[in-house]
Design a protein around this ligand. Structure first.
Ligand code: NAD
Ligand code: UFG
Length: 338
């Protein structure tokens, strides 16, 4: 099966491409390298034995997309490409709506023209806003508190309407909880540019000596130790979830929605402790004010994906932290330039 992977040079897309190759699929990567480096392609080849086809391009370029879809006999698309920093989205809403919403509409239009009718979309648990309770099931109400979250919600709504009008399409919305970890080889991992927004990349940069200490955003939440609780999921499990989605519902007409999470919640301090024991390094931290817009706790009910996709997150917290450390300590400055 030939699958176009938009954003396939990025963190989740690169790991998913590897798991697709192991499952016998052929990923064709389409990425404008806005937030990734060409070296990723060599790393994918190193760990999988296959160098995927790569097209450097922007998802807002419809003509190019139509040609790529046709020329490569693409049967399905996994759509990761987009911008993902919550804080940046508040300062640059137009860029977020243009890349994430407009970009997806152009992609779907190109798919329609090329006759490709299977799409898997990277959504986020952010569409649940501040959930009334945990664990979260797929039928919880959705809302958004920032332009990034609103862009994901808008895309979900556009795709839902589009699928209704085109019942012979298979569209799957995968709502990720908190992806962490790296390929166990230490060859691929998360490589944020500038100051990391997310907890695990920040913690690992402190451990490797790139930053002095972690700021823990609030210790007065109504949680087990007062710090925020999230459902951290190993990126390899998340990647397997995409393969399962293509295999189980990729050919079933309809709109399919799944949480991809573990069902467990860990606090910030638990993550710090786990990382210290995986790395053997101390992670100094200071408690500071809450980060605006953060919620106390958020974790998935993953039963629907378990039942319908025959998928479950299997990797442990130890694997998440050990694999992150292997990547970070082998590549302290991230990927080299190609
Ligand atoms: P990433 O930034 O590492 O990867 C995204 C890739 O898309 C990058 O390689 C970037 O160069 C490319 N890209 C961006 N805009 C593009 C465009 N207009 N045309 C072509 N390529 C473009 O991000 P990631 O962490 O791998 O996330 C992948 C997807 O998953 C995103 O849609 C993100 O919103 C979603 N998601 C991520 C998380 C997370 O915590 N990492 C959580 C929930 C959802
Ligand atoms: N945190 C810190 N210090 C940091 C970074 C994070 O204490 O330097 C805390 C946060 O307050 C939160 C937890 O660590 O309690 C996790 O924070 P992340 O930024 O790693 O993740 P979020 O849950 O806030 O955000 C993630 C994705 C978003 C997505 C959101 C909801 O990054 O894209 O989940 O699904 F919108």
């Amino acid at each position: 099966m030939n699958v176009l992977v938009t954003g396939g040079m990025g963190y989740i897309g690169s790991h998913t491409s590897i798991q697709m190759i192991h499952a016998g699929m052929t990923p064709v990567i389409f990425d404008n390298l806005y937030n990734s480096k060409k070296t990723v392609l060599e790393r994918i080849e190193k760990v999988s034995g296959v160098k995927p086809a790569f097209i450097e391009g922007d998802i807002r370029n419809k003509e190019l997309l139509v040609n790529v879809l046709k020329d490569n006999n693409i049967e399905a698309v996994i759509h990761f490409a987009g911008l993902k920093a919550v804080g940046e989205s508040v300062a640059k809403p137009l860029e977020y709506y243009d890349n994430n919403v407009n970009g997806t509409l152009v992609l779907v239009d190109a798919m329609r023209e090329a006759g490709v009718k299977t799409l898997v979309f990277s959504s986020s648990a952010t569409v649940y806003g501040d959930p009334a309770s945990v664990p979260i099931t797929e039928d919880f109400p959705t809302s958004a508190t920032n332009p990034y979250g609103r862009s994901k919600l808008m895309v979900e709504e556009c795709l839902t309407d589009f699928q209704k009008a085109n019942p012979d399409w298979s569209i799957t919305l995968l709502r990720y909880f908190n992806p962490v970890g790296s390929h166990p080889s230490g060859e691929l991992g998360e490589d944020p540019q500038g100051i990391p927004n997310n907890l695990m990349p920040f913690v690992s940069q402190v451990a490797v000596g790139r930053r002095d200490f972690l700021s823990v955003f609030g210790s007065d939440y109504p949680t087990k130790d007062g710090t925020g609780v999230r459902d951290y999921i190993h990126v390899m499990d998340l990647s397997d979830g995409h393969v399962a989605a293509l295999q189980k519902v990729g050919s079933k007409h309809g709109l399919h929605v799944y949480n991809l999470g573990t069902g467990n919640g860990y606090s910030v301090l638990e993550m710090v402790k786990a990382f210290e024991s995986a790395s053997g390094r101390e992670v100094p931290y200071q408690i500071v004010d809450r980060r605006p817009g953060d919620i106390a706790e958020c974790w998935a009910d993953p039963k629907k994906a378990m039942t319908e996709l025959d998928w479950r997150a299997e990797r442990t917290l130890e694997q998440m932290t050990e694999d992150t450390w292997r990547w970070q300590s082998n590549n302290p400055q991230g990927y080299p330039e190609a």
